[in-house]
Design a protein around this ligand. Structure first.
Ligand SMILES: [Mg+2]
Length: 199
């Protein structure tokens, strides 16, 4: 058994906070019910809680990198109020048809590409093969599929539409659950089952 750590990778918009299109200001941020408790449960279980989020609003000129950082700080404050903490957060500002050429060329970080997971693997010493991805959109599940980890679909945000299109898009969904709280319960239950099997 290795010492590398298990992570639960979390999409942000529609998974942790309410889907409201491009979130460019802290005021646009509202936690989904139960999100703080769910992340706190990951903290308590010793699993890393790591955000992986496409934020193409930067490339599209809708917000600056400073705006993105301010929104992230606000997210951390909202979670802290619920006793929850993120162990890492990766944002991909890039988009091929963006208006700012600094952010149009390298798409390795943009989900479903796996760049953010590989960064977390190196920087946080994550065991990707034993980690899990949670999100509401097709690219979240496709990312999980590409990385060979279970992809848990939450039915908040765009989750219901994603579920309807899953077969057409060829998505392999490990579990479709109402929200992040149920996703974390599924993950923790699965971990207990694995321990019981002596794995
Ligand atoms: Mg999302």
């Amino acid at each position: 058994m290795g010492t590398r750590r298990l992570a639960v990778f979390l999409d942000r918009d529609g998974t942790i906070n309410v889907e409201r299109g491009y979130v460019t200001r802290p005021e646009d941020l509202g936690l989904i019910d139960g999100a703080g408790g769910a992340i706190r449960a990951l903290n308590d279980a010793g699993l890393l809680a790591v955000v992986v989020s496409n934020q193409s609003g930067v490339a599209r000129g809708l917000m600056s990198e400073d705006d993105l950082a301010r929104v992230h700080e606000a997210l951390e404050r909202l979670l802290e109020r619920e006793g929850a903490r993120l162990d890492g957060a990766y944002y991909c500002p890039n988009y091929p048809e963006g208006v700012d050429v600094r952010f149009t060329r390298d798409l390795s970080c943009r989900k479903p590409n796996t760049g953010m997971l590989e960064l977390a693997e190196r920087e946080l010493d994550v065991d990707l093969a034993r980690s899990v991805m949670v999100g509401d959109f097709a690219t979240d599940i496709e990312l999980a599929n590409r990385a060979g980890m279970p992809g848990v679909l939450v039915l908040t945000g765009k989750g219901t539409e994603t579920l309807e299109r899953a077969a057409e898009l060829g998505l392999e969904i490990a579990a479709a659950v109402p929200d992040i709280g149920a996703a974390v319960a599924w993950i923790l239950e699965r971990g207990r089952a694995d321990e019981g099997d002596g794995r």
